[in-house]
Design a binder for this molecule. Structure first.
Ligand SMILES: O=C(O)C1=C[C@@H](OP(=O)(O)O)[C@@H](O)[C@H](O)C1
Ligand SMILES: C=C(OP(=O)(O)O)C(=O)O
Length: 448
């Protein structure tokens, strides 16, 4: 029984397969071998788009992701009056120097956490009144720490339905500087959103972090990209305070990396089929994308990983090893991928420290436990994660919960078991519209 009704309004013109009710992924005839290049990183693309839009001058961003999340980012920037042209995987952005040409517009962020959390700060530095709305799920996902901080710094929000949630109207007359304190235990994106806007505050801004930060490497990714566009923030020795100098981002030509989170599904395909996958475009030793940690886990599970110049190769194994516990705090987006692989390991795997993923595209802990249970797999749900026991899944229809990572993780089960059907395959367009076609290109049987 399908319980989740996808929010099709959040699917962009860059999405595909929205008319497909389900997809069936069947075990390949032989071990999967191949070389692939996955689309650009969602996280890098949306940071670069917004920073380039704020900059002075014209930026050329090469290797952008073309998916729902980046579509809604470009759409919002365009409605704000920024000239943005996309040709193949290159976006040319005419920066507005921190002054949005359109002082009034209706903006829609879709289901993109990065847009919902990076845009409000960037708007608050300006002068105008904008309406902001998003998908049903995005309207439920947490925003309060970010919006409360922006309120303290001078922005005024008029909430249409409930406080600190989308949809709202934002009245901006510049962002005050000084100091602001924000917690990072629900989402690192709140911090990134404040940081991106901070150079344009009326005075220098210091952001103090209250407690621990989940997925902290994404904050470093933000700081690195700000530095690449000319703004170097200073982080205190204990990491709990960041001071951002006033200034303007400088436009530039910028090459973006492919999405490591997406690569993980393809590396998992090698792992699960005893095959060999080579991904191009990622330098494992240099990337700032935290999901690169997957390579260590694949080695721990018995795979062979080779890291070359802009190339990663994963060779699968006959029997994946389990029997361990992992903290997913730093790279939580792969919790679902490992949960799916754990079904075929030789011992249980416990994934912990990921309570915040209950606030992602769906309650990911509850959702993966529900779907693995439907497949006949023994799972234990914990407040901050789950334990997956190895088992033999039964053929059934599983629900993707309108979550790209649920659909991509569940597709991995179909590599080993016949008749695994996944509802709403179009939801992968949040970050990888061509995912199932790329599987088919590797010789995996995919039927809609
Ligand atoms: O800043 C980013 O680009 C991201 C931060 C993480 O979110 P949270 O920190 O909200 O968990 C991650 O899950 C998301 O896919 C991308
Ligand atoms: C959590 C995710 O996305 P978002 O950027 O919407 O938070 C994700 O891609 O797994």
């Amino acid at each position: 029984m399908i319980t989740v009704h996808p929010d099709f309004e959040a699917r962009s013109p860059w999405s595909a397969n929205n008319d497909r009710l389900e997809v069936r992924v069947s075990p390949p005839k032989s071990a999967v071998q191949g070389t692939i290049r996955v689309p650009g990183s969602k996280s890098l693309t949306n940071r670069a788009l917004i920073i380039a839009a704020l900059a002075i001058g014209k930026s050329e961003l090469h290797g952008i992701l073309k998916s729902d999340d980046s579509y809604w980012c470009i759409d919002s920037l365009t409605k704000l009056g920024v000239a943005a042209a996309v040709q193949q995987e290159t976006a040319s952005i005419e920066g507005c120097g921190g002054v949005w040409p359109n002082a009034s517009a209706n903006l829609y962020v879709g289901a993109a956490g990065t847009v919902a959390r990076f845009l409000p700060g960037a708007l608050a530095i300006g002068h105008g009144k904008w309406s902001v709305s998003g998908s049903k799920r995005m309207s439920e996902r947490p925003q309060a720490p970010l919006l409360a901080s922006l309120t303290k710094l001078g922005a005024t929000f008029e909430y249409s339905i409930s406080e600190y949630s989308l949809p709202y109207k934002l009245h901006a007359s510049g962002l005050n500087g000084g100091e602001v304190t924000i917690p990072g235990n629900t989402s690192s994106q709140f911090l990134s959103g404040l940081l991106i806007a901070a150079p344009y505050a009326k005075e220098q801004l210091t952001i103090r972090i209250d407690g621990e930060v989940v997925q902290r490497d994404y904050v470093q990714m933000t700081l690195d990209m700000m530095a690449d566009f000319g703004i170097k923030a200073e982080v205190s020795q204990d990491g709990q305070s960041i001071t951002v100098p006033q200034g303007n981002y400088e436009a530039r030509t910028y090459q973006l990396e492919p999405d490591v989170s997406t690569c993980c599904y393809f590396w998992a395909i090698a792992a699960l089929t005893g095959g060999h996958i080579r991904t191009e475009g990622i330098q494992a030793s240099r990337t700032s994308q935290p999901d690169i940690e997957m390579l260590h886990v694949l080695e721990q599970m018995g795979c062979t990983v080779t890291k070359g110049e802009n190339v990663v190769e994963v060779q699968g194994t006959d029997q994946l090893k389990g029997g361990f516990t992992l903290s997913m705090k730093k790279w939580s987006d792969q919790t679902l991928t490992i949960a799916a692989m754990a079904v075929f390991a030789d011992g249980p795997i416990t994934l912990k420290d990921a309570a915040h993923i209950r606030h992602h595209e769906c309650d990911r802990i509850a959702a993966i436990c529900a779907e693995l249970t439907k497949l006949g797999i023994q799972v234990e749900e914990h407040q901050d994660g789950l334990t997956v026991h190895p088992g033999a899944p039964v053929a059934t229809l599983v629900d993707s919960h309108d979550d790209h990572r649920m659909a991509m993780a569940l597709s991995l089960i179909g590599l080993r078991v016949h008749d695994i059907r996944i509802s709403d395959p179009g939801c992968v367009s949040k970050t990888c519209p061509g995912y199932f076609e790329q599987l088919a290109g590797l010789g995996i049987r995919v039927n809609y």
